[in-house]
Each structure stands twice: as structure tokens, then as C-alpha cells.
Design a protein around this ligand. Structure first.
Ligand code: FES
Ligand SMILES: [Fe+2]
Length: 381
């Protein structure tokens, strides 16, 4: 099949074409995306602090693979394909756990240490020709950034700096701007997982634009009045949407939040910044917390979104009530994902066979589409 869309240019010069509907419904497109995006690029897998002590492990879906991330005895994180080298059983069947010595396969008990080395197997002693070093777990590239383990399944991963970190520089216009939030030092205040019945691209595209904000986000537009004009923070490089005049904090009712994170600069205060790291990670920065979304496509029409609200350690340790703070973006998430779920069924309608259109404030979504088509090896018609 070809990945070239057949959408003609829209008749009105201010409009550009979206992708055709089949990009959101065709299992073959989804397979190509898994292979060429999620299994080739850096994906944000797990929060580093979720693997607190040596021996902790987490399993996470990356593209079509299951990956196990471990905390080694010396405190580093490692990632492996979650497949036993003996006869291929899934090694870790739980989402998270802690082991004392190593990971033991539940099938024939081959055992691997936290660095992935094969350390024991029944009767191994009677098979002296077996070179244990040959049968360690298959390693996956791992980098830590913003307090998360990012993994890449590619044999030769792309530059982390030029792809993942570049997304933050490109959006904020300054490499230091995201670092000032000290995200890797923050603690988890709340995590909500959303099971969304929509294609992952609808979720990304929705996050990138604010044309819908006035219609579906009453609480958000109260806090960030400029969003009511339909221009997303992502529309301008380096621009953060400013809090409204009477707004004290990024909370559901605009009431006070928490103290500004220590290194956030004065010009970043009272502003909301959003970064999309392709293929599908969203970083939201406000003066007193960071909200990070990890997007896991499960099927062409189903996507899991894990959203973390991160606060200064003293806020979490004090048991402070974060609920009004969490509630604002939780509502935004629910409002957004409901919109995506309303859109998904129409993707297979004949009305959307040639796709829809992007208005000027959404034109940057066209850049995302071009990026996607290039990665899949096609071109825009
Ligand atoms: S498949 Fe894992 S020990 Fe046999
Ligand atoms: Fe939204």
C-alpha cells in the first residue's frame, strides 16, 4: 500500500488539508507507525522514581514490544526486551515489582540479573558448552531526562539531543527554559491513566491546537483567557500563555496554587508552556508544577494516556491538598479525550474519506502531518 494521501488542496487559501480518514482507521498505517515511529524513536517509558530501590522493575509497552526497565544493584536504570532467551516466554508478567537477586522466567526458571546477564538455569552445570554471556536479555537503549527513562528500540537510536531535547528548545526557544522547572527533582502528586477510544494522532493533534479551547475548556480559558482566541501556546516559539488578571494559580477555580518552583524565572512566572515531543509525549509547564503525558497507542482506535502531576518534594511530603490543582488539567484531559472519541468514528465515514481541513491557527498540525508522512516514507499529495 502507499502512504501518500490523496487529499486535494482545499479551495480556500487559508485552509490546508488534514490526513485522509484512513490514516486513523487502517491497521496497516498503524503497523507502519508502530515500526517507524514508536519502535524507532525515543519514547518516554517510565518515571525513574517509580523504580526506587535496586531490584525494582517495571514493564512498559513500546510500540508492539514489551520492555522491562530495572534498577540495578548500583542504582542505574537498564532496559531489556521482556522476552526470555530460552524459549521466548514473557519474563515479567506484572506491570511492576521488586526482586532480590534477579528476574526469573516463570517457564523453565532461567534467571537473569538486573543487568540482564544470564546467571542461572536448571541443569546449566551439565551443559558446560553454553556461554552464558551469549544468552543475556536483549538490551534496549535508555536515557534519563526530566526524571523519566526514555527508551529506544532502534539498533542505532537517533540523537537524543537532536530529537527529544530539541523539541523543548524549538518550543521554548531556549535550552535552559525547561531545565529551570527541575522536573527530575519533583515528586509525583497524582497519576491518572485514561483509556481513550481514539487513534493516537487525534490526541496529539488536539493537544497541539487551541481552536477548540473556547468551546470545550471553560475552566482552562478562565485561567488562560488568551486561549479563548484559539491560538495555542504552541503556535508561537517561546510564548507561554499568560494567566488572567485575577488568577492566582493554575487551579480549577484560579485560586492559589503552590510556591513557584525555585529556578523558574520571573518571565516564566504566571505562564503556561506546552511542549509536544514527537511521537507522543506532552510536557506542560506552570510555575508551581509540571504535568507530563505519555501516550501509548494500543490499537488503531485505542490509546492509553498516562498523565503525571509533579510537584516540589515539600508539597507532596507535606500532604498538601493538590486536588484543585490536579482538577484543572484532569478536566481538560477528559474534555479533550471525549472530543477525540467523538471524532474517531467519523474517520471511517465516507464524508472524511479525503479528510478535513486545518484553519490558520491549526496550520502547525500540518507540520506534524508532514513529519509523519516523511517518517512513514510517503509524501503529501
Ligand atoms: S522460556 Fe524462559 S526459561 Fe524457558
Ligand atoms: Fe484541549
Amino acid at each position: 500500500m502507499t502512504t501518500t494521501p490523496t487529499s486535494p488542496s482545499p479551495a480556500s487559501p487559508s485552509l490546508i488539508a488534514t490526513l485522509p480518514g484512513r490514516y486513523y482507521t487502517d491497521p496497516e498505517v498503524f503497523r507502519q507507525e508502530q515500526e517507524k515511529l514508536f519502535e524507532s524513536l525515543w519514547c518516554c517509558a517510565v518515571r525513574s522514581a517509580d523504580l526506587g530501590a535496586p531490584g525494582a522493575f517495571r514493564t512498559v509497552r513500546v510500540g508492539r514490544e514489551s520492555v522491562v526497565v530495572t534498577r540495578t544493584r548500583t542504582g542505574e536504570l537498564r532496559a531489556f526486551l521482556n522476552v526470555c532467551r530460552h524459549r521466548g516466554a514473557r519474563l515479567c508478567t506484572e506491570e511492576a515489582g521488586e526482586v532480590r537477586r534477579g528476574l526469573q522466567c516463570p517457564y523453565h526458571a532461567w534467571t537473569y540479573d538486573l543487568d540482564g546477564r544470564l546467571i542461572a538455569a536448571p541443569n546449566l552445570i551439565k551443559m558446560p558448552d553454553i556461554d552464558r554471556t551469549e544468552y543475556g536479555l536483549i538490551k534496549v537503549a535508555l536515557r534519563e531526562w526530566l526524571g523519566y527513562a526514555w527508551v529506544c528500540l532502534a539498533d542505532e537510536p537517533p540523537s537524543f539531543e537532536d530529537t527529544v531535547m530539541h523539541a523543548a528548545v524549538e518550543r521554548l526557544g531556549d535550552a535552559a527554559a525547561v531545565e529551570r522547572y527541575g522536573t527530575e527533582r519533583l515528586d509525583l502528586g497524582r497519576r491518572v491513566t485514561y483509556d481513550v477510544r481514539a487513534n493516537w494522532k487525534l490526541i496529539v493533534e488536539n493537544f497541539m491546537e487551541c481552536y477548540h479551547c473556547a468551546t470545550i475548556h471553560p475552566e482552562l480559558t478562565e485561567v488562560l483567557p488568551e486561549f479563548a482566541d484559539g491560538y495555542a501556546a504552541q503556535y508561537y516559539v517561546g510564548h507561554g500563555a499568560e494567566f488572567g488578571p485575577g488568577v492566582e494559580g493554575f487551579t480549577v477555580d484560579g485560586g492559589a496554587g503552590f510556591a513557584r518552583l525555585p529556578e523558574v524565572s520571573a518571565d516564566q512566572d504566571r505562564r503556561y508552556y506546552a511542549i509536544t515531543v514527537k511521537p507522543a509525549v506532552f510536557v506542560n509547564l506552570v510555575p508551581d508544577h509540571v504535568i507530563l503525558h505519555r501516550v501509548f497507542p494500543l490499537a488503531v482506535d485505542r490509546t492509553l494516556v498516562e498523565c503525571d502531576w509533579l510537584y516540589a518534594p515539600e508539597v507532596v511530603a507535606s500532604g498538601a491538598d493538590v486536588s484543585r490543582s490536579v482538577e484543572l488539567f484532569h478536566r481538560v484531559n477528559v474534555q479533550d479525550f471525549e472530543a477525540c472519541e467523538r471524532t474517531q468514528p467519523a474517520m471511517s465515514s465516507r464524508a472524511y474519506r479525503r479528510g478535513g481541513v486545518l484553519v490558520p491557527s491549526e496550520h502547525h498540525i500540518g507540520v506534524f502531518h508532514d513529519w509523519l508522512l516523511t517518517a512513514l516514507g510517503g509524501t503529501r499529495a
